[in-house]
Design a protein around this ligand. Structure first.
Ligand SMILES: Nc1ncnc2c1ncn2[C@@H]1O[C@H](COP(=O)(O)OP(=O)(O)O)[C@@H](O)[C@H]1O
Ligand SMILES: [Mg+2]
Length: 236
């Protein structure tokens, strides 16, 4: 498998205090790579580093062979990266259809846009039933689907999800993870950041464990599930 995203020795700081300390990781094309870590471990900061929102002060980031270091965020995402931020954040006063169109803002052809909308509605039939409903009136689970659908509108090579299971009921988490698996099988490489280790490892190919800004374990999903350290920290 080809490496799609490669981080080498990344350090990132807020107010000159490093919260990531020399992190290196790879996400292989076509796979689901997960990053597990407790609250405050630096997971969102890692995503902010990749997206250039909080640029690293050290290290290399390459996507599909091209360096992302020093690029502004809009250039970085134009390489084919889409991110579903923590807490989802749909536009509450816009309809489902309008929210999705925001995700496809860089598509200039209405025909292409319509085709992408149709694909998203095929993945999320429940959104199609509520096409003209204001996003703010949707349930948490529906808003979550909408935010993922919006992220797919740009046809990304890689979808980055920041704790998508946060705040969802166990049943919805299960559905959400099934959908993430489906999206991956449709050809999208996934970087999945989570605290929910068990369900995350169940759909991932490879994973990393982040603790206090450092990687403390990595391996295939199978290896990580059997790792005593991971079991103690995450499986109770
Ligand atoms: N904007 C910020 N300014 C200063 N410190 C921050 C900021 N965002 C996060 N931090 C700190 O960086 C560390 C990592 O946070 P974060 O990346 O959000 O972790 P996670 O996503 O794993 O919960 C924490 O100690 C947090 O308090
Ligand atoms: Mg976070």
């Amino acid at each position: 498998m080809t490496t799609l995203l490669a981080l080498t020795n990344i350090s990132t700081a807020y107010d000159q205090v490093n919260v990531l300390h020399g992190v290196s990781l790879d996400a292989k094309e076509g796979e689901i790579t997960c990053i597990l870590g407790a609250n405050g471990a630096g997971k969102s900061t890692l995503i902010r580093s990749i997206l250039g929102l909080t640029p690293p002060n050290q290290g290399q980031i390459e996507f599909a062979g091209a360096s992302l270091i020093g690029l502004p965020t809009h250039k970085i995402i134009s390489h084919g990266i889409s991110c579903i931020p923590e807490g989802r954040k749909v536009f509450p006063k816009m309809t489902i259809d309008e929210n999705l169109r925001v995700g496809g803002y860089q598509v200039s052809s209405e025909a292409v846009l319509r085709r992408r909308l149709a694909e998203v509605y095929e993945t999320f039939p429940r959104l199609k039933e509520r096409i003209s409903q204001l996003a703010g009136t949707l349930s948490g689970g529906e808003q979550s689907m909408l935010s993922i659908g919006r992220g797919l509108m740009s046809k990304p090579k890689m979808l980055i999800l920041d704790e998508p299971s946060l705040g969802l009921s166990p049943l919805l988490v299960q559905e959400e993870f099934r959908i993430i698996g489906d999206i991956n099988r449709s050809g999208v490489t996934i970087l999945l950041v989570e605290q929910n280790a068990r369900q995350t490892l169940a759909i991932s190919n490879y994973g990393y464990v982040l603790s206090q800004g450092r990687l403390e374990a990595s391996g295939s999903a199978q290896e990580l599930s059997e790792n005593p350290q991971v079991q103690a920290a995450y499986f109770g």
